[in-house]
Design a protein around this ligand. Structure first.
Ligand code: ATP
Ligand code: MG
Ligand code: MG
Length: 581
């Protein structure tokens, strides 16, 4: 992080003191809840200082980037309520970035290198050993000769040769992987990102935004600071894995100094992680390509589109991010906190409905034949919101799990000889039952008590369905992973520090165990023959048109695959926090 007087003065002279931030997603996947946090921080801080925020697509790797991702990101930013000042692309600046590269070469600060990946790694290994050697022997790093092979053999090429070779790279005369342009940093620096990072590499790949104008592409390290500067970003906020790159003696400021460009202030904050799930796009990609989930918008994922499809609201996600705070410490949050945000938001607002997920028919033998009207409050806490009338038909349905052949003191459901209340309706008493071939109860017989409406209910109260309910599919979601921190041996405990290792720009939890083996096999339970109250079924072609509480079952919404012919519901969240989370 750098917040020097020089940066502050530049900020005042460039924008008059107004804040400008940017949210810079790489369009190599959909946005997730971690991005929602980063957005809230960026858009929030700028707004607080009457400034503005760029949405900048950091699109420097055409091999991983797609228009589909660009479209989804724009949509998610909008849905969460953020209004970018401008939408830009790093690729908008490819021409300027190319000119800067020529300038660096002319200054002798960049060179074309033909080292292979493994040769570069071997050189870096030698540099690491050099650092250790100097500190062990108390030798000054500056002044002590570097071991042979620590520097790329192409490092001392002439400016003229470098200009010719870079031009050839640009004209497509070199194959992918045969050369790169590297920044000539400082091999003796203790900041490892100063060890000649790549600035440009060759990729014969069509770019989703700049098409195929270039076959050389600038790297993140080269691009990010230059575009921050070109866009007059005053505060460049990044997650902690970039800390050393943005240190005063790191490549971010080295590059801006070398080119004499305006220097933004930089800050870092911790990545947000959530228990029982993963956020890294690399891992999300694997879950999708290997078919563990159905796509980027699978309701079990914490992508913005997944949460949206699951039925989360933008306000609940933003509230969660707000309560998360911004910190430099480990920011792993319990999934139940996110659930609480949506549950609390929906509780007072949404109407109550009935559905039976796993129906067991009950024939009411003393039923008069014509349906009995039962008035059910739309919201029991607020009677003034009104009622809807359900028809109690001569056959009703209860949840299979609400019947037991043998009663038990702790069981609140129906059993032979026992009475329960049909919620908001009548009491029924079970008079008998039939079993199917495998010995499970498949039909119950009961009598109802005509004058039991509005009397004190017996011990158990059950939700129910009538013959005029509509068949539909209900998808019940649970946590995606059984382990609190997938891939980590010891389960995460709240407040405890977790360890991270940095893998490229991807902060990941230590992979002590195979994270994929910790998937929860029952993260999705589909009830294909559920019975839905007609007032839900008639909305079945309006995905996310409404959210409602199914009494005793949780909060639900309509899935985007739902149609009037085949309604599909998603469970957003349970009614209460589950104890095993
Ligand atoms: P991933 O590992 O998921 O690919 P990334 O950092 O490569 O993450 P970007 O698209 O580059 O993803 O992220 C855009 C911005 O969002 C960056 O500024 C990044 O620091 C921030 N960001 C990404 N993930 C998180 C997270 N989990 N928590 C907070 N901020 C995040
Ligand atoms: Mg990134
Ligand atoms: Mg990434």
């Amino acid at each position: 992080a750098v917040n020097s007087p020089e940066c502050l003065a530049a900020h005042v002279s460039i924008t008059g003191g107004k804040w400008q931030t940017r949210f810079p997603p790489e369009p190599n996947g959909y946005l997730h809840i971690g991005h929602a946090k980063a957005m809230q921080f960026n858009f929030g801080l700028a707004a607080k200082h009457s400034g503005c925020t760029y949405l900048r697509f950091d699109d420097t790797n055409p091999a991983a980037e797609k228009q589909e991702y660009i479209d989804s990101i724009r949509d998610s930013v909008d849905w969460l309520g953020h209004k970018p000042f401008k939408v830009t692309y790093s690729s908008d600046y490819f021409d300027e970035l190319y000119e800067f590269a020529l300038k660096l070469i002319r200054q002798g600060k960049a060179y074309v290198c033909h080292q292979t990946k493994s040769e570069t790694a071997a050189s870096r290994q030698l540099l690491q050993e050099f650092q250790l050697y100097c500190s062990r022997k108390c030798l000054p790093r500056y002044g002590t000769p570097l071991p042979f092979g620590a520097a790329s053999p192409y490092r001392c090429r002439s400016v003229k040769d470098n200009l010719i070779l870079f031009d050839e790279m640009k004209r497509g005369l070199w194959e992918e992987g045969t050369c790169s342009l590297r920044m000539k940093g400082d091999l003796r620096s203790d900041v490892t990102s100063m060890w000649d990072l790549a600035a440009y590499r060759i990729k014969f790949e069509k770019h989703p935004h700049s098409s195929d104008r270039y076959c050389i592409y600038p790297t993140y390290d080269y691009t990010h600071c230059l575009v921050d500067s070109l866009e007059n970003v005053t505060h460049s906020l990044c997650t902690l894995e970039f800390e050393t790159r943005q240190a005063p003696n790191g490549p971010y400021y080295w590059l801006l100094d070398s080119l004499g460009l305006y220097k933004p202030i930089t800050w870092e904050f911790a990545r947000c992680n959530i228990t029982h799930n993963v956020l890294s796009k690399r891992k999300l990609n694997r879950l999708i390509t290997e078919g563990h989930v159905t796509g980027w918008d699978d309701p079990r994922l914490l992508t913005i589109e997944g949460l949206r499809r699951r039925g989360y609201t933008p306000t609940s996600i933003n509230r969660f991010c707000f309560e998360l705070g911004t910190t430099r410490n480990d920011n792993t949050q319990h999934f139940s906190k996110l659930e609480r945000c949506i549950r609390e938001e929906l509780d007072d607002v949404v109407y109550r409905r009935f559905a039976v997920l796993d129906p067991l028919p009950v024939i009411i033998s003393n039923h008069p034949g014509t349906p009995l009207p039962v008035n059910c409050p739309l919201h029991p806490k607020f009677p003034e919101r009104g009622i809807r009338t359900l028809n109690l038909t001569s056959t009703v349905f209860i949840e299979r799990s609400d019947f037991r052949e043998f009663d038990d003191i702790n069981f609140y459901g129906l059993a032979p000889g026992k009475s329960v209340r049909l919620l908001f309706g009548y009491n029924i008493t079970c008079t008998g039952f039939h079993k199917d071939a495998s010995g499970n109860a498949c039909l119950l017989k009961a009598i109802y008590v005509p004058d039991s409406l509005n009397t004190k209910p017996p011990k158990g109260t059950l939700h129910w369905a009538s013959a005029d309910f509509v068949q539909g599919e209900v998808r019940v979601y649970d946590k995606l992973f059984q382990a609190e921190v997938p891939g980590k041996k010891d389960d995460f405990k709240q407040g405890e520090q977790t360890h991270y290792q940095t893998e490229g720009s991807d902060a990941v939890h230590c992979t002590d165990v195979d994270w994929l083996s910790q998937l929860n096999p029952s993260s999705l339970v589909v009830h294909e023959n559920a019975l839905l109250e007609p007032s839900i079924a008639c909305m079945a072609d309006k995905p996310l048109g409404f959210r409602f509480q199914l009494q005793r079952l949780g909060y639900f919404t309509i899935d985007r695959e739902s149609t009037l012919k085949k309604p599909v519901l998603n469970r957003i969240v349970t009614l209460r926090e589950s104890k095993d989370l």
